[in-house]
Design a protein around this ligand. Structure first.
Ligand code: N01
Length: 552
């Protein structure tokens, strides 16, 4: 690709797992780029999520980069599930080790990105008032990076301290002697609740939907444990690349309904005792696709809640009902249910007593005022699309991405959205992203994007877009796959149900990481059917719908 002095090859957005790896791979491939990061350091999700108890829910040997055996060998994870600060340490080490910081401009937000159709380049405007021109726009902005505050009247009137888990301050917050309220019981809320129970004067949990929480069984890693993992890293990663969830455990084929109740009980007890996030989903092949099979897990977990929580009335309120297990992301927690046995923890069931408003002294529910000194919003994110639709991205004809995606995000393969050429979405909607091991999903996408850019450079191709029909075909395939599962039975952030006014469309691709990887590789090997590649204004490759059908 010809290099003009003031036109870079790429602008990368974000310095989390995705952004750092994009910088590494693209610069290794000889591309000139500039990365922008709104925070003042690297870490992405782990830069912003510093709330008490924040840690990843995948084991460290899966949730880490696989591209560098040297990095794998030299890094010592202290615990099975690293904390947010340990993950920041790791990502800072990665940035230093591979000398990535010099490509990143921190404290700089990308405000707009406009495609110049004549020149086939992106004009990116940042919060410092500058513009940067680049052939490719690569937002690695994360799937859960735009916090969603709750739509409760009176939020601004609260006199005490208030924090969103996804925008936690960098200083320590002193909770001792404070009456703390937590709104939200997703993964963030479950972690913060366990961390604060017993560490503040009183904790009130405002629960709208009870979730399934399975034991984390976190533990420190001994040098022997780390050595065992190191010895099998290569094999583990190779297997992970082929599996459904991007971890080294193949997905089972047996049905839960073919097992006897006793066999199931044994399997579920084992999953409970030796759990990891995916443990129950990996017990049988139909947990996520057959409601009767799913009920066997749901009822097992409800039984554990009954056994753990002393008050039957509170236990009943904590029992998840009305959506199948696994269709909202299950949460991890060793002490979650037992915190409700404490006299200084109160569960407020918002289904029975909804929040009416927030007032200077606390929260008013239909039962009256709960006085609070501190409020924590663990109310989630404008997931999957929010980070991109919050940037003023304009493609062909000046069309805004937010406008194109208003009725549901569309992409081809989760990588390119038609009408927005030379824009690659790292773990974008339509890819497995959050439904598989995120770090592996990121590596697979960035590797594919880099190879595609190299392919274009070698052939003098100046523009890549998604063919409209191919995109429609891919998104139909995404919907066809989810329709064979139970996922549509939950109001989750996977379908945008948590954001008022957002289109309800299931966005992640459920076909599995390994299957998806193969589809992406096959499409690249076949010369990118489904994409429109243009050299000097002429469309060079356009695929037939037959090929697109095969691709899906
Ligand atoms: O957000 P969520 P999260 N009034 O959307 C409630 C990843 N993650 O930040 O279910 C009252 O899951 C809402 O209630 P409901 C992980 O992928 C990973 O916890 O809509 N309540 C829900 O309970 C996860 O899935 C890790 O009825 C309101 C909660 O807020 C994703 O991030 C750690 C409300 C939001 O739950 C998001 O998790 C943390 C209102 N107005 C996060 N609005 C780990 O790796 C919302 N809620 C461990």
């Amino acid at each position: 690709m010809k290099k003009e002095s003031n036109v870079l090859d790429a602008v990368v957005v974000g310095a989390g797992f995705g952004g750092l790896y994009a910088i590494k791979r693209l610069t290794d491939a000889g591309f000139r780029l500039q990365a922008f990061e709104s925070g003042d350091g690297v870490g992405g999700t782990w830069y912003w999520n510093r709330y008490p108890g924040a840690r990843v829910d995948l084991e460290c040997w899966d949730y880490s980069y696989s591209f560098s055996p040297e990095l794998q060998d030299e890094w010592d994870w202290p615990e099975r599930y690293p904390t947010s600060s340990e993950l920041r340490k790791y990502l800072n080490h990665v940035a230093d080790h591979f000398d990535l910081r010099r490509h990143i401009q921190f404290n700089t937000r990308v405000e707009s990105a406009v495609f110049d159709e004549r020149e086939n380049l992106w004009v990116v405007t940042t919060s410092d008032g500058k513009t940067t021109k680049a052939r490719f726009f690569v937002p690695a902005t994360g799937v859960l990076s735009v916090p969603k505050p709750p739509e409760i009247p009176g939020i601004e009137s609260f006199r005490g301290e208030s924090y969103h888990t996804g925008r936690w301050p960098h200083h320590d917050v002193d909770f001792s002697n404070k009456r703390v309220g937590v709104i939200g019981t997703g993964s963030s809320g479950i972690q913060v609740i366990q961390a604060l129970a017993g560490k503040c004067k009183h904790l009130s949990v405002f629960q709208r939907t009870a979730v399934y929480v399975v034991p984390a069984k976190n533990h420190p890693l001994t040098p022997e444990m780390r050595e065992r993992v190191r010895a099998t890293y290569a094999e583990r990663r190779a297997v992970s690349r082929l599996t459904r969830f991007g971890i080294a455990v193949p997905f089972p084929v047996e049905s839960a309904l073919d097992a006897t109740p006793e066999e199931r009980r044994k399997k579920y007890e084992n999953a409970w005792e030796n759990s990891q996030l995916l443990g129950f989903r990996m017990c049988y092949g139909d947990i996520l696709s057959n409601e009767e099979a799913n009920d066997t897990v749901a009822e097992f977990i409800r039984g554990r809640i009954r056994e753990t929580v002393k008050s039957p009335e509170i236990a009943e309120k904590l029992m998840p009902r009305g959506f199948p297990f696994g269709t909202k992301r299950p949460c991890l927690g060793d002490t979650y249910y037992s915190v409700y046995n404490r006299p200084d923890v109160t569960l407020v069931d918002l289904k029975a007593t909804p929040i009416e408003r927030i007032v200077p002294d606390g929260i008013v529910t239909s039962e009256g005022l709960q006085q609070l000194d501190c409020l924590i919003y663990a109310t989630g994110y404008d997931a999957l699309t929010g980070a991109l639709t919050h940037i003023d991205v304009r493609g062909i004809g000046g069309r805004q991405l937010a406008d194109k995606w208003a009725s549901g995000a569309k992409t081809y393969l989760g990588l390119v959205t038609s009408g927005f050429p030379n824009l690659f979405t790292v773990t974008g909607p339509g890819s497995p992203g959050p439904l598989a091991n995120m770090s592996m999903s990121i590596e697979q996408h960035v590797d594919w994007i880099t190879a595609c850019m190299v392919h274009m450079r070698e052939r003098g191709i100046r523009r890549i877009d998604a063919d409209h029909q191919a995109e429609e075909g891919w998104m139909q395939h995404v919907q066809d796959v989810v329709s064979k599962t139970l996922y549509m039975k939950a109001n989750s952030w996977y379908i945008g149900a948590n954001v008022p006014g957002k289109a309800h469309v299931f966005l992640p691709y459920l076909g599995g990481h390994g299957t998806y990887r193969k589809k992406c590789d096959d499409i690249a090997a076949a010369g990118y059917p489904g994409f429109v590649l243009t050299t000097n204004g002429e469309a060079q490759v356009e695929t037939s719908s037959e090929t697109i059908g095969d691709a899906a």
